[in-house]
Design a protein around this ligand. Structure first.
Ligand SMILES: Cc1cc2nc3c(=O)[nH]c(=O)nc-3n(C[C@H](O)[C@H](O)[C@H](O)COP(=O)(O)OP(=O)(O)OC[C@H]3O[C@@H](n4cnc5c(N)ncnc54)[C@H](O)[C@@H]3O)c2cc1C
Length: 292
């Protein structure tokens, strides 16, 4: 390990407290003496976080720096933007990252986990995204800086991946739909409900794959980690991969037609029924209340 290598952890505002601690702890286990953590607060897009992180890094990036970010679409986007602005390398979806011989070595699954890629970067800046995993802190000292940012005022509705749908990032309430929505029509209803509640609109992987909701709204292991106070899960069975994207602190309200759906084992409020009967009434009621 080169003494010149330093590690910078970017903790975007959409990352929950437990994952922040995990990512920092993972960084302190690398063979470095110091870890700089840029802890962002405020509602900001990956682009805004990346731009501000780059200006902060001007002062702390040494001759060789490893920059760690959380996995997920926003983390990958942020990592790619930071790497591009600093003319560095970007390694997405890493399963592990090591520092040795002045270089960064990372591992990443490929072909659905049937192969593993071993990556090496000798760039001055290497950005790598990792899924935070709880572990004890290592020996490196942590120097954390808190940075408050907000996206600049917009002239139009927020656009995440060309979508004007309400975003899940930072939302206090999230209304999500799954394969049980059976089409885009059901998502129109969910979007109306989300809009009336001032909530974000989420979806499961099958709903995203079917094109009913954009990928920027996917919740779960390979999507976003959301930290709302209340999470509405409609037509979602409750697989571990989906639940992995929901903060354990969130209260889950589940609507499902199958009384044996696993989500009913995890939720706080269980509603057994067909969304086709319940959601139109709910949307109408919320919109009527909003007008009156
Ligand atoms: C590596 C990996 C990563 C993954 N990452 C993610 C991820 O990030 N996010 C994610 O969501 N999944 C992810 N998955 C996929 C995951 O395993 C499940 O396939 C997925 O979560 C199931 O989505 P679902 O609940 O919408 O669909 P289903 O499991 O098919 O559930 C549909 C539910 O809708 C209910 N339903 C049907 N009709 C109605 C109705 N009319 N009214 C009410 N309820 C109804 C059904 O009873 C059922 O419970 C991942 C899988 C792998 C292997």
């Amino acid at each position: 390990m080169s003494a010149a290598m330093n590690v910078i952890v970017i903790l975007p505002s959409w990352l929950g407290a437990a994952d922040r601690e995990s990512l920092i702890a993972m960084a302190t286990r690398l063979p470095v003496s110091r870890v700089d953590a840029l802890a962002f607060t405020g509602d900001a897009s990956p682009g805004t976080v990346a731009a501000r992180a780059v200006s902060e890094m001007d002062t702390i990036a040494s001759s060789a720096s490893l920059v760690l970010l959380p996995a997920g679409p926003d983390g990958e986007q942020c990592a790619a933007l930071v790497a591009a602005r600093m003319q560095g390398a970007s390694f997405g979806r890493c399963t592990s990252v090591e520092v040795a011989d002045g270089a960064v070595h990372a591992r990443r699954g490929a072909f659905g986990g049937r192969a593993e890629l071993l990556l090496r970067s000798d760039s001055r800046i290497t950005c790598a995204t990792l899924r935070p995993q709880a572990c004890d802190r290592g020996a490196a000292a942590v120097h954390a800086v808190e940075i408050a940012i907000e996206d600049p005022p917009r002239t139009a509705e927020p656009v995440a991946s060309n979508s004007a749908l309400p975003r899940v990032d930072g939302a206090q309430v999230v209304v999500s739909g799954g394969r049980g929505m059976a089409g885009a029509e059901g998502f129109d209803l969910l979007a109306r409900i989300a809009s009336a509640l001032g909530a974000g609109l989420g979806g499961s992987l099958p709903a995203v794959d079917a094109g009913w909701v954009p990928v920027a709204h996917q919740v779960g292991q390979s999507g976003k980690f959301v930290t709302p106070k209340v999470y509405f899960a409609v037509g979602i069975s409750g697989t571990p991969q989906h639940l992995a994207g929901i903060s354990p602190q969130a209260r889950i309200v589940a609507l499902n037609s199958d009384r044996d759906a696993p989500i009913f084992q995890r939720c706080d409020v269980a509603v057994e029924g067909d969304w086709r009967e319940i959601l139109p009434l709910l949307a109408h009621r919320l919109e009527t209340d909003a007008q009156g």
